[in-house]
Design a protein around this ligand. Sequence first.
Ligand SMILES: C=C(O[C@@H]1C=C(C(=O)O)C=C[C@H]1O)C(=O)O
Length: 89
Amino acid sequence: MSSSVSATEAAKVIGTARERIDALDGQILDLVRERMAVSATVQEARIAAGGRRVHLSREMEILDRYRQRLGKPGTTLAMTLLELCRGRV
Ligand SMILES: C=C(O[C@@H]1C=C(C(=O)O)C=C[C@H]1O)C(=O)O
């Protein structure tokens, strides 16, 4: 069976797509860092007012949002993000 694209063509498509993936990963990582900083602001304000770092009902909302958009792996991703933002509980 003959293939419809040459190895050179495929390498070009892959190279371009990987550049885009690297750029997207850079943006995602910057956004994760920004999320961590914003989350820290919320946690510090709550703790300064005598509250707790963790707010479980809010975390449930976030887990649900990620699960609705991405399915079960979305929940895993949200749990990892929450751990990055507020540490392990
Ligand atoms: C940032 C908050 O504090 C904690 C961190 C959360 C987060 O990073 O999304 C969510 C709930 C809290 O456990 C918040 O209550 O909104």
